[in-house]
Design a binder for this molecule. Structure first.
Ligand code: BTN
Length: 347
């Protein structure tokens, strides 16, 4: 097979039979499952089962056995397979349209084009690895294989585009809640608008993209990247990025964290849509969970158009809370400025 064809295949959604085999082996964890039994379950034959088992091994799933003896899992795999996640997400809007890729360009790019093609609200796109992970601005997102969570969800709220910032702040709160729920010792710090830091270094980034008319959102994709079990980062991220494993000293279950994240995103989204005071509550809770929103000496760099008022390229000041739309207010020598976008740095 040519390199181009092999790489295109990697960008296909995961063969659902792999997930079914993993589920079968997990359900029968204490016994050896025969190749014949697995073949029946996935409506295939024993040699195809062997080929799929070899694929699973290539992906790091620890399966003992061979066609003559049958197969058994040596440990529970930490892959974000729909067959594993679905049951953990029951009762949320994210339990029915889970899409998994071993390798993908960007889950956000795929989710945006799926949404354009009509993917329903609650569709989730997860990948073990991204080859063109997108960050805010022109940044890339480092997406090492099976180390992080690379997840994009499609939402279709009835909203004007001006309210999407608050929704994206709520996504930050969902990450914060999921991390604290998994390990109460972790103390995330939300950095406006959409970073989650631990010990001053970035552990999670959120990229919210939308397609909208002037007064009405068509669809939104919230893309969340969490550095979970990374042990090192490329040189250009040294001192800037960290992972949950590096901070806590132990490995995290990506499956449990992804489930906790999607459940708390579901809760935040429902509250945002249904509760009359939700916007206020999101802004208040974001400010409570952030050391950046008030009293921080910052320098703001915009990409060209990120402030209300006179455009000066970059400025310094002290943060003074969020306005009612979710924008950051910064007191400068010339009065209070409102930051609409751009990079916030401590100074
Ligand atoms: C940032 O902080 O710059 C935002 C990073 C967002 C990264 C996530 S990973 C999953 C999703 N797919 C992408 O291509 N980007 C987002």
């Amino acid at each position: 097979m040519g390199a181009a064809k092999a790489s295109a295949l990697h960008h296909q959604p995961t063969d659902v039979r792999l997930g079914r085999i993993v589920r079968l082996l997990m359900e029968n964890a204490t016994v050896v499952a025969s190749g014949t039994k697995i073949a029946q379950e996935i409506s295939s034959n024993r040699s195809e089962v062997w080929r799929l088992i070899q694929q699973l091994r290539g992906l790091g799933v620890d399966v003992a056995g061979h066609p003559a003896t049958g197969y058994q899992l040596r440990s529970v795999p930490d892959l974000l397979l729909p067959e594993i996640l679905q049951r953990l997400l029951r009762g949320t809007i994210f339990d029915s349209h889970l899409h998994h890729y071993y390798k993908i360009g960007s889950t956000n790019a795929t989710a945006m084009s799926a949404a354009a093609d009509g993917a329903p609200e609650g569709s989730v796109f997860l990948a073990e690895e991204q080859t063109a992970g997108r960050g805010r601005g022109a940044n890339a997102w480092h997406s090492a294989r099976s180390a992080g969570i690379y997840c994009s969800v499609v939402l279709r709220p009835v909203l004007p585009p001006s309210e999407v910032l608050v929704l994206s702040l709520a996504a930050g709160l969902a990450v914060d809640e999921a991390l604290r729920q998994m390990d109460a010792r972790v103390q995330p710090d939300l950095k406006w608008p959409n970073d989650v830091l631990i010990g001053g270094k970035k552990v999670c980034g959120i990229l919210t993209e939308m397609n909208a008319e002037i007064t009405q959102v068509r669809y939104i994709v919230v893309g969340i990247g969490i550095n979970v079990n990374h042990m090192f980062f490329p040189e250009d991220l040294a001192g800037l990025a960290t992972s949950l494993r590096l901070e806590s000293g132990s490995e995290w279950s990506r499956v449990e964290l992804a489930a906790a994240l999607l459940k708390s995103l579901h809760r935040e989204y429902r509250q945002f849509l249904e509760e009359p005071d939700a916007k206020k509550s999101i802004l208040r809770r974001f400010a409570e969970r952030s050391s950046w929103v008030s009293g921080k000496a910052v320098r703001i760099d915009d990409g060209g158009s990120g402030f209300e008022g006179v455009h000066e390229g970059a400025f310094q000041g002290t943060t003074e809370g969020l306005d009612e739309r979710g924008f950051l207010r910064v007191r400068t020598a010339n009065g209070v400025r409102t930051v609409l976008s751009g990079t916030v740095r401590e100074c």
